[in-house]
Design a protein around this ligand. Structure first.
Ligand code: FAD
Length: 350
């Protein structure tokens, strides 16, 4: 059986490594250079330290990729301890792909070669699957900046929903050596530049910000349930075109509230490898395991439509709280309930 994996992001490379461990060969494809200095586009590098288990399963050590710790973070003024860190994603992707057959060009969907199965690991592009049942995306703009404090206080890691006019947030993730990712993302947001400029201006008395690079990206926050179908059957006159199976962000394994997709893409690839080649079991497991993403997506829909006037309901606040707990973020329940409902400015001041 000939298998191609389109997309050498986190999901595609990890899947390829796991299958290789079971003696199943795959051809990986990616048109890697995205026109950015780091040559990656969705270059968010914040992840819980729990990804160490996933890396250990393919004989890699998280220590080798750690850039900075986010053990203490600010959430709209509330300081909490977290298991989050930033990882050197380009180095991790390079090492994940090492020893695998990687073709440095995209797989052409019109001439997919004589593969029996193509895994669509193309993230937001979803290049091989048919469109999602109901897509929802979050456009982002992220800067990499050198930050120097004017006084003694260093810039701390943080997430600020109250700076965004809509559903989304501004994030500050340290990358070590005084560098940070400072980004902004929001559903239907189109004022990214202005929000970041405002942030720099309002903090100019405390820090100097020197730009290193910048890139735009889009995150699929639709949830797996609304990103179905996960697969396309073998087609063509004599069943000649390959079967397609999606993995990772192509099928929406991203936390809708936060846009966190690294650990969930790893988990999705793990499930696919564990179920391989039983596609039905894979799809059932993904839907069951990520059922909470469907609920988060439904909260977003509610806040975008009816909730504009009324703000989050009790169950929405509970979902925000569960989201933080799932990520290992320790927030006091009552305060978290109050603040996490105000994911964005207009929820409190519509
Ligand atoms: C600005 C930004 C910041 C983010 N920050 C974080 C964060 O801090 N923490 C977190 O957990 N998540 C973050 N995310 C989300 C996370 O990066 C993604 O959810 C995750 O990388 C998805 O992994 P993936 O392998 O499914 O897809 P991707 O990482 O998107 O990989 C898909 C790959 O497919 C390739 N491709 C596309 N078309 C083809 C084709 N036809 N043939 C071959 N290859 C193709 C692309 O070049 C790409 O390399 C962020 C996203 C963005 C945009």
């Amino acid at each position: 059986m000939r298998i191609a994996i389109a997309g050498a992001g986190i999901a595609g490379t990890y899947l390829s490594r796991l299958l290789a461990k079971r003696g199943i060969e795959t051809d990986l494809y990616d048109g890697r250079d995205q026109g950015t200095p780091c040559r990656y586009r969705s270059c968010g590098w914040g992840a819980p330290s729990g990804i160490g288990h996933y890396l250990a399963a393919v004989d890699l050590d998280l220590e080798g990729y750690l850039m900075d710790s986010m053990s203490s973070m600010e959430f709209d003024g509330l300081i909490a301890s977290t298991p989050l860190c930033t990882i050197n994603k380009p180095r991790l992707l390079r090492d994940l792909a090492s020893g695998l057959t990687l073709h440095h060009h995209p797989l052409d969907r019109h001439e997919p070669g004589d593969y029996d199965i193509i895994v669509d690991a193309t993230g937001i592009c979803r290049a091989f699957l048919s469109p999602c049942r109901s897509d929802l995306v979050l456009p982002t703009l992220q800067h990499r900046v050198k930050v120097e404090p004017v006084g003694d206080a260093p810039l701390i890691a943080g997430v600020y929903g109250n700076r965004i006019p809509g559903l989304g947030y501004l994030w500050i993730f340290p990358l070590g050596n005084g560098e940070y990712h400072i980004g902004v993302g929001g559903i239907r947001l189109d004022q990214h530049e202005r929000i970041l400029e405002q942030y720099y201006e309002s903090n100019a008395h405390r820090y100097t910000f020197t730009p290193v690079c910048s890139c735009r990206g889009i995150v699929r926050v639709a949830s797996p349930y609304y990103s179905q179908p996960f697969s396309l059957p073998q087609g063509g006159k004599e069943g000649t075109s390959p079967r397609i199976i999606g993995v990772g962000e192509s099928i929406g394994t991203v936390a809708p509230f936060t846009g966190e997709g690294i650990i969930y893409s790893l988990e999705c690839a793990r499930i696919l490898a564990a179920c391989w080649p039983d596609q039905d079991r894979y799809e059932r497991t993904v839907l069951a395991q990520f059922a909470w993403m469907r609920r988060e997506r439904e909260t977003l829909e509610y806040l975008l439509l009816e909730g504009k006037e009324t703000g989050p309901r009790l169950k929405d606040r509970w979902r925000f709280y569960l989201n933080a707990r799932r990520s290992g973020i320790r927030l006091p329940l009552a305060e978290a309930f109050r603040r996490m409902g105000s994911l964005s400015r207009w929820v409190e001041n519509p």
